[in-house]
Write a protein of this length. Structure first.
Length: 289
C-alpha cells in the first residue's frame, strides 16, 4: 500500500458557500413561520439546516509538515498534505500523521562485539515519515516499530565490529566512526522499508566497555599506549644515534672502532630511551682506559 493524494476542496470557498446556503435556509424557516397553512416550508428549511450542519463536518485543517490520512468506511482513500483549511466528504474519517523530522536516543544496550567483549552502546536516530499510508496501515504502531527495529539494528551492527583494534586495515567501533554510523543507518533503513519511514541520520551516542571488564580493558589500553610510545621513542633514538655517528665521521671529530661505536650507541640509547634523567660520568682518562 502506497500513499496517494486525497480528494478535497479549498475550505474558505466552501465555507462561504455553506454560509450563504445557511442564510437561505434560515430565511425559508422564518418565511414559513409567518405563513399560516404552510407547515412544510419551515420543515424543509430545518432539514436543509441539518444537511448543512452535516456538510460542515467535512471541514478540517492541515498544519505545515502534516498529512491527513482519510478513510471511507475502512477503505483508504488518500492523504491530504496541502496545508490550510480544506473540505472533503463528511463521511471520511481522518487521522493526522506528522511529517516532521523526529529523533530519539536508544537505551544503552549490552552486547558482545566482534571479539566477544561485552560493551555498552547507544545510538541517536533521526527519522521522518515519508509515506503515510505505509506508516498507518502496514505496521501497528509505527513510532514503537521504529524504536524497536532501531535497537535491533544497533545490536546487529555492534556485533560486526570490534570495540578497538590495533590493525590499521580493520575497522572498529572506536576508530571508524563514519563507517560505523553509515552501516548503522543502512541496517535501520532495511528494517523500516515497509513502515514508510526514512532514516535521516543515525550515529553512536554512547560507547564503552561493560563494567565487569572496564578496568581490565583500561589497563590493556594503557599498556598498548605505553608500548606505542616506547616504539616511537626507540625509532627516534635510533635515528638520532645514526645521525650523530654519521656527523662525527663526516666532520672527522674522532675515529671510533667498532667496539667503541657499540659502546657509544649503547650509552646514547640509554640516555635517549630512559624514562628517568641520567647521571653523566666524566672520564678523565683516555678513551680506551
Amino acid at each position: 500500500m502506497n500513499e496517494r493524494p486525497a480528494a478535497s476542496l479549498p475550505g474558505i470557498p466552501m465555507l462561504a458557500v455553506l454560509f450563504l446556503l445557511g442564510l437561505a435556509a434560515v430565511g425559508i424557516v422564518l418565511t414559513g413561520a409567518d405563513r399560516h397553512g404552510a407547515p412544510l416550508v419551515p420543515f424543509s428549511g430545518a432539514i436543509m439546516l441539518g444537511f448543512l450542519a452535516f456538510l460542515a463536518k467535512g471541514f478540517f485543517q492541515v498544519q505545515p509538515n502534516q498529512g491527513q490520512v482519510m478513510q471511507l468506511f475502512g477503505r483508504y482513500t488518500g492523504t491530504e498534505r496541502r496545508e490550510g483549511l480544506r473540505w472533503t466528504n463528511p463521511f471520511y474519517s481522518r487521522r493526522p500523521v506528522s511529517l516532521r523530522v523526529r529523533n530519539f536516543e536508544s537505551s544503552r544496550l549490552k552486547v558482545n562485539d566482534n571479539d566477544g567483549n561485552p560493551i555498552e552502546i547507544a545510538a541517536i536516530v533521526v527519522w521522518q515519515v515519508v509515506d503515510t499510508a505505509e506508516a498507518v496501515f502496514c505496521v501497528n504502531d509505527y513510532e514503537n516499530f521504529v524504536q524497536i527495529q532501531s535497537e535491533s539494528a544497533l545490536r546487529q551492527m555492534a556485533q560486526s565490529y570490534a570495540y578497538d583494534t590495533h590493525d590499521d586495515g580493520r575497522p572498529s567501533l572506536r576508530s571508524h566512526g563514519d563507517e560505523v554510523n553509515n552501516h548503522l543507518g543502512r541496517e535501520i533503513e532495511a528494517r523500516l522499508d515497509k513502515a514508510g519511514v526514512q532514516v535521516v541520520e543515525a550515529r553512536i551516542s554512547h560507547l564503552a566497555y561493560a563494567q565487569e571488564i572496564a578496568q581490565a580493558m583500561l589497563q590493556r589500553q594503557q599498556a598498548s599506549a605505553i608500548v606505542a610510545a616506547r616504539s616511537r621513542i626507540v625509532e627516534g633514538a635510533v635515528g638520532m644515534v645514526a645521525m650523530a655517528l654519521e656527523q662525527l665521521r663526516a666532520q672527522g671529530v674522532v675515529e671510533l672502532d667498532e667496539e667503541r661505536k657499540a659502546a657509544m650507541v649503547s650509552n646514547l640509547l640509554v640516555v635517549l630511551c630512559g624514562d628517568r634523567s641520567t647521571q653523566p660520568v666524566v672520564n678523565t682518562g683516555s678513551l680506551y682506559s
